[in-house]
Design a protein around this ligand. Structure first.
Ligand code: DAH
Length: 325
């Protein structure tokens, strides 16, 4: 009888050495300590014995029980925390990729344009979108009977104010506040009651530029714009200056860019700041001179990325927006 206990112990010891996981350990526990396990079978045998033999056998079986229980307890600690959790966590699976936003193509274009002008020493400024007639028209030398003042062309608010129809308003605000020299860029939203179609929207973005000191000339304007276009669209970019009229500049030009098969495309308006504008902001128009320009951001973004319809910018369709980084 006793030899059976020893045999079981030896066999158990060997099995203990092979245990590698919580599962192995559980198998071992059931085999030896389970309700129908080997230890239980030995316990049953005790009852069949009597006298000295029963005592000795009982002692041996108890020792074995202690040994088995302690071994299982010790190994349990080693596999704790690894069971269950360990098996459900597969570190070879790809992680959860957080969805990262991208810049809107309009903001991206504004930032790229700003980058070029920053290199040329231009400062970035902004102004309010709700404006006065003075800042949007009067100070910019736009006469009272000019069609752009009509309510068909400008959104008016209840209290004699309006949604600015051009970023040229920021020229006026900064000049009212500060003395020359000035070199600034003002990006922002503008509003016009246009019927929405592939190339028009009631809201779009412009970037205004202004440079003023006592000697700024038309050559400076040409030089700055040439540099800008070459930096922005590439060294081979061809531009041309066409005479034009704007109330706030004299002389005025429109600048066209050569765009492959499409030919010359109008891209911005510019000119030398009209003396009437300087007078309106309290500058001495005999002592200062400067240039201004204004460009439409949507138009440039559409050209750059080959976007056929302005409405795509405002629909918030992620299939469209995700194409831009
Ligand atoms: N404000 C003009 C527009 O909205 C654009 C413009 C043209 C701005 C000539 C200027 C400029 O500063 O000199 O059409």
């Amino acid at each position: 009888m006793i030899s059976t206990v020893k045999e079981i112990e030896r066999e158990a010891q060997e099995k203990l050495g092979q245990i590698q996981s919580a599962e192995d350990l559980e198998g071992f526990r059931v085999l030896y300590l389970g309700r129908k396990g080997k230890l239980q079978a030995l316990m049953m045998q005790i009852k069949t014995l009597e006298g000295e033999g029963k005592k000795e056998f009982g002692r041996e079986v108890n020792q074995l029980k202690k040994f088995l229980e302690e071994s299982v307890q010790n190994l349990k600690g080693r596999f704790e925390g690894q069971s269950g959790e360990k098996e459900s966590f597969d570190e070879t699976l790809p992680g959860i990729i957080p969805s990262v936003g991208t810049l809107h193509p309009i903001n991206e274009t504004i930032l790229e344009i700003i980058k070029v002008f920053e290199k040329l020493g231009f400062e970035i400024v902004d102004g309010p979108e709700i404006e006065t007639e003075f800042h949007n028209f009067t100070a910019l030398n736009i006469p009272l009977d000019h069609p752009s003042r009509d309510s068909f062309d400008t959104f008016y608010t209840a209290g004699k104010q309006l949604l600015r129809s051009q970023t040229s308003t920021v020229q006026i605000r900064i000049m009212q506040d500060r003395k020359p020299p000035l070199r600034l860029i003002a990006p922002g939203r503008v509003y016009r009651p246009d019927t929405v179609d592939a190339s028009h929207s009631f809201m779009f973005h412009q970037i205004e530029g202004l440079m003023v000191d006592d000697k700024t000339t038309f050559s400076d304007l040409k030089g700055v714009l040439h540099l800008f276009f070459r930096e922005f669209f590439g060294k081979e970019t061809k531009i041309r200056f066409r005479p034009h009229f704007f109330p706030f500049t004299e002389p005025s030009v429109e600048v066209d860019i050569r765009w492959g098969k499409k030919g010359w495309l109008e891209i911005l308006g510019a000119g030398m700041v009209d003396p009437n504008v300087f007078d309106a902001v309290g500058y001495d128009s005999k002592k200062v001179q400067g240039f201004a320009f204004g460009l439409g951001v949507e138009r440039i973004a559409m050209l750059r990325h080959g976007i056929p319809d302005i409405r795509l910018f405002y629909e918030n369709d992620l299939r469209f927006l995700r194409q831009f980084r």
